[in-house]
Design a protein around this ligand. Structure first.
Ligand code: NDP
Length: 328
């Protein structure tokens, strides 16, 4: 089968199309013929060496496709089932092995590109508004990179919970997409001379006391402005570092900021059990089927072009979700 391999840590150019042996399912596992593999920021962290990976490394952890073989002991997943997954290592490939109890059935009415798009980013948006800080009606929240994969979904889910959402974006086209997702106010943070001083002012022009929660996946460049945008007892949910990782900081800043909270959550802890994985996925699929949640696939690439997808993502050129069309 064909797969993408990173032979060593490096830039997008290390991603190479190779032939690998077709996998066999072990006990409790299934083999899925991949229709779409999702591209995520974390794939770039592993490719570049920011996060540890063993090389040669086949990137990707999520996707959607059709089960083509089941291993011993698998009873509730069958050949021909349409499934999606979020923790199937090596998903940039024509076939992937996934533990049967980590597959999510894709319901009728949800296409496989949408299902792939909803796994890592959708489940993340879900736990952020549902668990990291349960967003309530009448709250004000700030979402960075509002036209990104997580950002567009997070905005819609927070609005559905009755919140007023302020977002940041870097282009006018992204601003328009963010407004369409339900943002009340959109700040062009690329146009601010002093982000740390001016972004909190822009936020307070909309929410005078500051926001109840900031969802920050940008990290290094936005962290200080995020803290300064909170109201007393507000929470900064730092969930990523698209601009770089946040350096260590002095806990006393939480005291002087007004009894603030900071959390650094990760998806794995929020879908660790099968019931929690299925609950979150079911709620997302249900919202899609109702038309209440729009999933924007902003870029579809051939498997061989995975490096170009990484380059565009890291260059801030993308909106919504990027997928690799593997088997279609
Ligand atoms: P996005 O589609 O949001 O792409 C990243 C966006 O970040 C860019 O489009 C850009 O938007 C913004 N950005 C700001 N500064 C930079 C920079 N220096 N370089 C690159 N991008 C920058 O990506 P995802 O939706 O896939 O992921 C968003 C964040 O969420 C990432 O940090 C990712 O690691 C994190 N994440 C965390 C998870 C968790 O459980 N903790 C799970 C899933 C994702 P703009 O041009 O508008 O500034």
């Amino acid at each position: 089968m064909r797969a993408i391999e990173a032979v060593r840590a490096g830039g997008p150019e290390v991603l190479t199309l190779v032939e690998r042996p077709a996998p066999d399912p072990g006990a409790g596992e299934v083999v899925v013929d991949v229709a779409f593999a999702g591209v995520n920021f974390i794939d770039t962290y592993r490719r570049s060496g920011v996060y540890p990976a063993h090389f040669p490394h086949v990137p990707g952890s999520e996707g959607a496709g059709v089960v083509s073989a089941v291993g011993p002991g698998v009873t509730d997943v069958a050949v021909g089932d349409r499934v999606a997954w979020v923790d199937g290592p090596g998903s940039y490939a024509e076939q992937v092995v996934v533990a049967a109890d980590r597959t999510v059935p894709v319901p009728d009415g949800v296409d496989l590109a949408t299902a792939a798009a909803l796994m890592l980013q959708g489940l993340t948006a879900h736990y952020l508004v549902d668990s990291s800080h349960p967003v309530g009606p009448g709250e004000d929240v700030l979402v960075h990179a509002g036209a990104g994969g997580v950002g567009l979904l997070l905005t819609q889910l927070a609005v559905a919970r009755g919140a007023r959402v302020i977002t940041t974006v870097s282009t006018e086209a992204k601003a328009e997409l963010s407004r369409e997702a339900g943002a009340t106010a959109v700040v062009r943070y690329d146009q601010l001379d002093d982000l740390t001083a001016q972004l909190p002012e822009a936020v307070r022009a909309v929410a005078p006391e500051g926001v109840h929660a900031v969802y920050d996946g940008v990290g290094r460049t936005t962290f200080d402005a995020s803290l300064a945008s909170l109201r007393p007892r507000g929470i900064l949910v730092l969930f990523g570092g698209a601009s770089g990782q946040v350096p260590p900081f002095d806990l006393q800043r939480l005291n002087s900021g007004g009894s603030l909270f900071v959390t650094r959550p990760t998806l794995g802890d929020h879908v660790a059990t099968r019931p929690e994985l299925l609950r979150r996925a079911d709620e997302l699929f249900h919202a899609v089927r109702l038309g209440a949640l729009k999933v924007r696939v902003g870029g579809t690439y051939a498997l061989a072009d995975a490096g170009e997808a990484h380059r565009a993502l890291e260059a801030r050129e993308t909106t919504g979700k990027l997928v690799l069309e593997v088997g279609g």
